[in-house]
Write a protein that binds this ligand. Structure first.
Ligand code: ADE
Ligand code: ZN
Length: 347
């Protein structure tokens, strides 16, 4: 049954946005580390942080661009040492996800951030995989893991990471590409992604966050990705927008991240509504919620408040897109889609 959107007043949006079932497809699990957990893990591991307390750390979260954020993000992740640390980080995220009515989450993780500090890749993957299994069992939230290559490091380092991860192949569904975008175009990793595709791994990549539209073309053509993470700079290239729409290529958009990293000056300037109107398969995500001021529902609420042209139908479309663009089974997508329609049918 298709809900009758026109009958639902716009003042129902906050309730609908909070309660609608949804998938999150762009969350760096290291970016979900809240300052309280950073301090707790540092204490557990006998590490001293260069901040006096939680408040002092949070006060340092003022970013001017992607790199200024990444410097703090990698420092925060340095408290992660044991399998239990990765498990606890994963579970803290999944509890937030359940509270936001996320029924499915695809988690990015950055193994090189940890292996470079001497943490075995198996420790990282085992802890996260145990969190995924526990979240399914105890919270009813489904999860998948996506291994990201750090693009500021070399192609050889990415190949070495892939080889080290292969004994744990059953625990991750795909690969992504993240970290400093400018100066590190997707084509740098064309051969690594070709190998990943040959292995049957699903491929996604960050492109068009700070980097130019050409990086989105390269992610599509050189890496043959199935989703673009961010991708918001596609609006600068009408031929690219037309291609993304024609191919129903999903964009995993992160409004509060774009605001905090100054990709847009204010949320009112965000192109989310324009991208939806252009027929793109757009989704709303949190990126690094502990650093950018909100989990998924806060991203939905903030962007719908900033963009009054977004409608009740758009809310439904964004949630439906999140299922369509996910790597979940067709049966799960159908079940979540039916649950979504029920929420909107009730108004
Ligand atoms: N790693 C964590 N968050 C990121 C972002 N927004 N862009 C690129 N790499 C990231
Ligand atoms: Zn990201």
């Amino acid at each position: 049954m298709t809900p009758t959107f026109a009958a639902i007043p716009r003042n129902r949006l906050p309730h609908l946005l909070r309660t609608m079932p949804k998938a999150e497809l762009h969350i760096h699990i290291e970016g979900s580390l809240e300052p309280e957990l950073i301090f707790a893990l540092a204490a557990r591991n006998g590490l001293k942080l260069p901040y006096a307390n939680v408040e002092a750390l949070r006060a340092a979260y003022s970013f001017t661009d992607l790199q200024s954020f990444l410097d703090i993000y990698y420092a925060g992740a340095s408290v992660l040492l044991t399998e239990a640390d990765f498990f606890d980080m994963g579970m803290a995220y999944f509890r937030h996800a359940a509270a936001d009515n996320i029924v499915h989450a695809e988690l990015f993780f950055d193994p090189q951030t940890h292996t470079e500090r001497g943490v075995p890749i198996g420790t990282v993957i085992d802890g996260l995989a145990r969190a995924v299994a526990t979240a399914q069992r105890d919270l009813g939230v489904s999860g998948l893991l996506i291994l990201c290559f750090l693009r500021h490091l070399s192609e050889a380092a990415a190949f070495a990471t892939l080889e080290a991860a292969l004994p744990h192949r059953s625990h991750f569904i795909g690969v992504g590409l993240d970290s400093s975008e400018r100066g590190h175009p997707p084509e740098k990793f064309a051969r690594v992604f070709a190998r990943c595709r040959a292995l049957g791994l699903r491929c996604v990549a960050h492109a068009g966050e700070e980097g130019p539209p050409g990086y989105i073309w390269s992610a599509l053509d050189d890496l043959q990705v199935e989703r673009i993470d961010h991708g918001v700079r596609c609006v600068e290239d009408p031929a690219l927008v037309a291609r993304l729409a024609a191919e129903r290529m999903p964009l995993t958009v992160c409004p509060l991240s774009n605001l905090k990293l100054r990709v847009v000056p204010t949320l009112t300037d965000h192109d989310l509504a324009a991208l939806l109107a252009a027929g793109l398969c757009v989704t709303v995500n949190s990126d690094d919620p502990a650093y950018f001021g909100g989990y998924v529902n806060q991203n939905f609420l903030a962007v719908f408040e900033a963009l009054p042209q977004l409608t009740v139908r758009d809310a439904h479309t964004l949630a439906r897109n999140s299922f369509e663009a996910s790597f979940a089974s067709a049966a799960d997508k159908r079940r979540w889609g039916a649950a979504l329609d029920l929420v909107f049918a009730a108004g």
